[in-house]
Design a protein around this ligand. Sequence first.
Ligand code: NI
Length: 388
Amino acid sequence: MKTKELSKKYKNYVIDMRREFHRFPEASLQEYRTSARIKEELDRFGIQSEIIADTGVIATIVGKYPGRTVALRGDIDALAVVETSSKEYASKNLGLMHACGHDTHAAMLLGSARVLNDMRDNLNGTVKFLFQPGEEVARGALKMIEAGALENVDNIFGMHISSDLPCGTISADSGPRCASADIFSLKIVGKGGHGARPEQCVDAVVVGSAIVMNLQSVVSREFSPLEPTVLTVGSIKSGTRFNVIAPTAILEGTTRCYNLDIRKNFPKIIERVAKSTAEAYRAKAELTYTYGVGPTINNETYADLAQKSAQKLVGAENVISRPPSTGGEDFSEFSNRIPGVMVNLGGQNKEKGFIYPHHHEKFDIDEEALEIGTAFYAQYAIDYLNLN
Ligand code: NI
């Protein structure tokens, strides 16, 4: 297998790049150094590329033979986490850390560009490499799309390293992979006054509390138990003093689900419960609902294709199934527009101590995974372009 051989050849290159990105993490939508370095590397290998959406990079390899266009996506941003590590590649930007592994995505995608560049004489079509900024703030994908990243693209493939999957394994399940992640805020307006004379007031603390409790029955009583759904009120802000009745309260929360109908119904249900509860207490409630990212649902055809590509690299026994995550992923911005698949690459190694969860200050992965991920990006592109 040519992709395997070439990924082995570029293994040390990918590890070096990963360590460099890890040393210099940048915040979402501020990835100026990272994107400049990616472009510099692509230029060095004669691969056509441009900076788009301020801090993203899009590279293109046109194969010798005509055909469809497939996009390979890797996100490149880091998180506001203080890294606890004595490793030589630990973050040099205090307060920022590649704690989700996007450094590995950027490096593997660069590696796969080198692999496919070496194989362009055998390619049936075009491969676009999307180095995406701002995933952690769920805005980078949309920004790249607005800049034209999906123009003439037929299919998209995304990968995420996973510290909960053993190194050497891959998951490319079809169906729900990541949940939608929306935000809501409720403003409750009552009437303030003296804590000793409640009859003169409308207590926003009591109204807000009742709304929080009533919202708990939305998921359990209005949606099917077979549809995983979350409604969380994460914050209540109200009141100033023990003997003052609060005139207002602000509740903030998030919803998660995989079902588009449920997602669509959430705002009107939350509004109905909040308004009618407020009314029962003589108060008013106003909802602001902000759509964040949609669910990432893997297309069955292309999940099957990705599983076959994975089997060629790690063997069928190492292509494993992984339950969906209730986390959000803005890959959905791409895959809700064109068919695509999002896969997970195992990066965990208990013997070597790579066991920490994503976003943890000790997060790290087994770099042996990088060679597999590099090959997987390239193999999927080839297998997709070779489809009849
Ligand atoms: Ni991530």
